[in-house]
Ligand binder design. Structure first.
Ligand code: PGA
Length: 250
């Protein structure tokens, strides 16, 4: 399975900055290593420029950080899957913890976005993760299992499992400098794989599960070797081309 290394640029970088970082990344990396895919998630306004900057460079793709689950309509400030696809981007992030917590996105809405994106032909990364409080009160399994299964009701049939990716991002590890321990990552990824098996049977083995939360060049290689870790979702350390290229090559 190709490992997927994704850069979540959040609310950083205008079009010019995004273009420059992608150019610099391409110059440093020269060629994306075999068995690796790279996806950049710039802000909406930098999507089109980023697609142009990638310029069909092998195994580098572009995606949006969010989406609205409708073809079109009176949804001020929102953007549809078709609009995303129209820029040349082919991926989307759904359910990031910053949207769940800062913008109070509910699981029902995240489910609609996930399913609508998949139906629309976008490769979709569903982000899940527990808060420290959930973890400390023994609710890791319940939280992850519920977040995964609630988002994946009503998948398209036939369903290509390669179009769905799940990112495990413990809320307490995002942007905090605290990376989860290896045992914690393995435990969470096993829970997610098992939840996927309950929904998809054998197809679950083909769904990539990424780890995200304070990934850096120094810890990327070790995390990528863990069981059931099929890639990384990187925030802060993806903003500089040099550190992100080290992570992609780790
Ligand atoms: P971080 O963010 O790497 O800065 O912790 C990860 C994410 O939010 O996807």
């Amino acid at each position: 399975m190709q490992k997927l290394i994704a850069a979540n640029w959040k609310m950083f970088k205008n079009s010019l900055e995004a273009t420059e970082t992608i150019q610099e990344f391409k110059n440093i990396i020269k060629k994306v290593p075999k068995k690796r895919d790279v996806v950049f998630f710039p802000s909406f306004i930098a999507l089109e420029a980023s697609v142009k900057a990638i310029d069909s460079f092998g195994n580098i793709f572009c995606g949006a950080q969010d989406v609205f689950p409708s073809k079109e309509g009176p949804y001020t400030g929102e953007i549809s899957p078709e609009m995303i696809l129209n820029t040349g981007a082919s991926w989307v992030l759904v359910g990031h913890s910053e949207r769940r917590h800062l913008l109070s996105e509910k699981e029902e809405f995240i489910a609609k976005k996930t399913i609508f994106s998949l139906f629309s032909g976008l490769n979709t990364i569903l982000c899940v993760g527990e808060t420290l409080h959930n973890r400390e009160s023994g609710k890791l399994y319940d939280e992850l299992n519920r977040q995964v299964s609630s988002a994946l009701k009503g998948l398209p049939t036939p369903f290509d499992p390669r179009t769905l990716v799940v990112a495990y991002e413990p809320v307490w590890a995002i942007g905090t400098g605290k990376t989860a321990q290896n045992v914690d990552i393995i435990e969470a990824h096993t829970i997610i794989r098992d939840s996927l098996k309950d929904i998809l049977g054998n197809g679950a083995a083909q769904i990539r599960i990424l780890y995200g939360g304070s990934v850096k060049p120094e810890n990327a290689g070790e995390i990528l070797k863990l069981d059931n870790v099929d890639g990384l979702l990187v925030g802060g350390a993806s903003l500089q081309a040099e550190s992100f290229s080290k992570i992609v090559s780790a």
